[in-house]
Design a protein around this ligand. Structure first.
Ligand code: COI
Length: 355
């Protein structure tokens, strides 16, 4: 291993690479990681010297608060390579902002942009060869922070670890997606942590999603906890509906994540002249629209899956299949968004940032 210091980041290079063992055409989402990771610890009230080092397990005290009280947050981002082999990030400052908002909600320290973004840039430069181009390839980026302070007293930790992992990716969901509308379980509640990208929000979905899987549905459409009538998110994504020619999605709230893909798709839709409405969509409205044929499309939107077309939904034990569309909004928006992300189309929004 060789050790150098760049922009105050200590860099310890791996002595060998795993890249030749990876089948980049057949990647399972989130299963393969690059040779290096970024790490920065928070101790004595401040962030310590960041380090990029070979990807390896970490040693932690079993009483670390993350294990007992779930102080853990993360982000999902992607990097893309253009035809000149330059690497680009998509709206990275939005992820940094949201990460810090999640940190505040979970009583964790905010992280300076200089650590979050410079660390990510340096890591991507070091593992640049792992970023592939074309055919839906991207580098999924997982920044996260956990409470590492020892002791099971139930109060916020005074020590934290921030890390960034890189995972080469193709598509997230294989095959078609059928969803069930939640009538009992909730993803989030007013006053809760639904708007934060907190690890527990995702862990809490696993059980109801397992139940849905047993009934043949891949994902759950989450409804508001108070009435279970408003359609809020789909699986780990924001959700869009097309009724006639109007594209609808719920407003962000304390229960709904302010998705970067969500707001980018809305901006693209508006630029493309599509009619958009940001308002609560009711389960009953969806059923009516499915029955009278005005419901044209449902799709999830998130960093990992980008746009995930939903083929049908179940509500109150009735299944409704969506018709085939020739002029799919999901396809149009996905093409426009990934065109910008992959530097195949002009980025009129100035969303892409070169590494
Ligand atoms: C993302 O789209 O980045 C997500 O948060 C989904 C993740 C849970 C895989």
């Amino acid at each position: 291993m060789s050790t150098t210091q760049t922009n105050k980041i200590e860099i310890i290079k791996a002595t060998s690479t795993k890249i030749n063992d990876v089948d980049f055409d057949n990647l399972s989402f989130g299963a393969v990681f690059t040779d290096h990771l970024f790490e920065c610890d928070f101790k004595n009230g401040e962030w310590q010297t960041p380090v990029i080092k070979p990807y390896a397990p970490i040693l932690m005290d079993p009483s670390s608060k993350v294990f007992h009280y779930g102080q853990a947050i993360f982000e999902g981002m992607k990097a893309y390579k253009d035809d000149k082999d330059a690497i680009w990030l998509f709206r990275p400052e939005e992820n940094h902002k949201r990460f810090n908002a999640s940190a505040v909600r979970m009583a964790m320290p905010e992280i300076p942009e200089a650590i979050f973004l410079d660390g990510l840039n340096e890591l991507l430069k070091l593992d640049a060869e792992w970023v592939k181009r074309g055919n839906g390839s991207s580098m999924y980026i997982r920044p996260f922070m956990i409470a590492t302070g020892a002791g099971v007293v139930a109060n916020p930790s005074d020590e934290y670890k921030f890390m960034i992992l890189l995972s080469p990716a193709k598509s997230y969901y294989a095959g078609e997606v059928k969803v069930i509308i939640a009538e009992h379980y909730s993803r989030a509640a007013n006053g809760g942590i639904g708007a934060a990208k907190a690890a527990g929000n995702y862990g809490a979905q696993f059980y109801p999603t397992n139940l849905a899987n047993k009934d043949g549905f891949q994902q759950v459409i989450w409804t508001d906890d108070a009435t279970h009538t408003k359609l809020e998110e789909a699986g780990t994504m924001n959700v869009f509906f097309r009724i006639n020619d109007t594209l609808l999605t719920a407003p962000t709230s304390e229960r709904i994540l302010d998705g970067i893909t969500r707001k980018s798709l809305l901006a693209i839709a508006e630029k493309e002249g599509l009619k958009t409405e940001v308002r609560s969509v009711l389960a009953s409205e969806l059923v009516e629209a499915a029955k009278d044929g005005s419901l044209k499309e449902i799709f999830g939107a998130g960093t990992a899956a980008v746009v995930s077309v939903i083929k049908g939904f179940s509500y109150k034990d009735e299944y409704y299949e969506l018709p085939k569309t020739d002029d799919s909004y999901a396809s149009l928006l996905k093409e426009k968004l990934t065109g910008i992300q992959n530097k195949l189309a002009e980025d009129t929004f100035n969303w892409t940032v070169q590494v």
